[in-house]
Design a binder for this molecule. Structure first.
Ligand code: TRH
Length: 389
């Protein structure tokens, strides 16, 4: 079968999740044997550059390294690059590729759709992540288009019958190798420009490393309060600009520090070295699951509390015990008092051990599912083969 070429369209609505998911998908697909050319169209290069520092904001077309993470990855990496197109109203539009992925219903330009008709491209709408039951029944369903184009909805998901989760080949092996080498952690912490006292506390003083990546309404002070009930000190790492209402510096036994944004590979490594990962949205949740460490999810809020139904569906699938579920429900309801009490219970030594074990085994279990990029490529290859018959 001939390799397939891809266009991926990404509109940054807000935050980093739209480009986070598309960049990860583009990088993974571009390294796969069944994929020929790949273009990633992005309307907001400034946001993209925060998670991929190689991106230049003034360029209409550029090729950037798919796996940068300066100094943190092994030397045996083959450099791979991805073609980035700045998607503006006047961007020149080449002929469409075999497969056109629009992320989160972002609407490719009308002239480009005409080119898709000429090419008979397969049109994929990559949907948002949800653990709700209905996802499997809607996944991969065709949607007939008046212009004759074949279009399908592709849903990521946690269960068989969905498109799966983004996970690079050998990610967990790489994670285990990284976690087994303490020197790598020290290199990463040094890159965050933390004071030596914090690095010592984390590397040799037994302090708990907490990553705090949440939306502004998370009861972050209650997290600090709960950690302060513990004998073990904590160092909380907060990506710059996140949770501006939380004072930086010492809060008794908890130290809160700003850290710079990392590229995605560096961010993964930060998750792999933290004891508790507070993550948000869509992509950082999945990466924290692959870290196999305790996590607190701050879900992206939606109208009419639709996000609480999504959160419950995900908690129902999870192997977590009651205090953890309760903590996550309160974290997402801005219920600081309820959150502190639940988290204190979840940090009790036996509950903490159970949380750690459940996190590690869920990660392993989810990794048995086919990953999203592999499922997507297989789906596209099959659809194209059927079309040719
Ligand atoms: O930034 P987010 O809140 O994005 C959100 C969600 O995706 C939400 O579902 C969506 O509707 C909305 O955007 C439009 O959280 P998320 O999804 O975790 O994306 C963050 C991305 O940023 C992820 O790819 C990880 C990356 N990242 C880095 O690469 N380096 C960093 O230092 C940090 C903090 C994040």
């Amino acid at each position: 079968m001939r390799p397939l070429s891809f266009d991926i369209f990404c509109r940054v609505v807000d935050n980093y999740g739209d480009i986070g998911v598309c960049w990860r998908l583009a990088r993974q697909l571009s390294g796969m044997a069944g994929v020929a050319d790949l273009r990633l169209w992005v309307d907001d290069l400034a946001t993209f550059a925060r998670i991929a520092p190689g991106v230049r904001t003034g360029l209409a077309i550029q090729h950037i390294d798919a796996e940068p993470s300066q100094g943190l990855l092994g030397q045996d990496r083959q450099p791979r690059s991805v073609e980035i197109r700045h998607w503006t109203p006047h961007a020149p539009l080449p002929e469409a590729h075999d497969i056109v992925v629009e992320a989160f219903a972002c609407d490719p330009p009308a002239d480009f759709i005409e080119s898709m008709v000429r090419r008979d491209s397969l049109w994929i709408n990559l949907e948002y992540l949800s653990a709700e039951d209905w996802v499997a029944s809607c996944h991969a369903q065709p949607s007939l288009q008046r212009n004759g184009l074949r279009k399908a909805f592709f849903f990521p998901g946690f269960t068989p019958g969905t498109g799966g989760l983004l996970r690079e080949a050998d990610l967990l092996i790489e994670r285990d190798r990284w976690q087994a080498d303490p020197a790598t952690r020290a290199t990463l912490l040094a890159r965050l420009a933390l004071p030596d006292t914090d690095i010592d506390a984390l590397v040799s003083g037994g302090a708990r490393q907490i990553l705090l990546f949440c939306y502004p309404d998370a009861p972050a002070q209650a997290l600090v309060d709960a950690l302060n009930t513990q004998q073990r000190a904590s160092v909380m790492l907060v990506p710059s600009g996140v949770c501006p209402g939380l004072a930086r510096g010492r809060h008794a036994n908890v130290t809160v520090r700003d850290i710079p944004f990392l590229d995605q590979a560096g961010f993964d490594r930060l998750l792999w070295t933290s004891d508790l990962n507070c993550v948000r949205g869509e992509d950082s949740l999945i990466r924290a699951l692959w870290a196999g460490r305790p996590l607190l999810w701050h879900i992206y809020s939606q109208q009419d509390l639709a996000h609480m139904t999504k959160l419950q569906a995900w908690l129902d699938l999870s192997p977590f015990g009651n205090p953890v579920r309760q903590a996550m429900t309160c974290w997402n309801s801005a219920d600081g008092r309820g959150f502190s009490a639940a988290l204190e219970s979840a940090l009790h030594p036996s509950a903490w051990q159970a949380w750690q074990a459940a996190s590690a085994s869920w990660s392993q279990q989810l990794a048995e599912q086919t990953d999203l990029a592999t499922s997507l490529l297989a789906f596209c290859a099959q659809a194209n083969a059927r079309q040719k018959r």
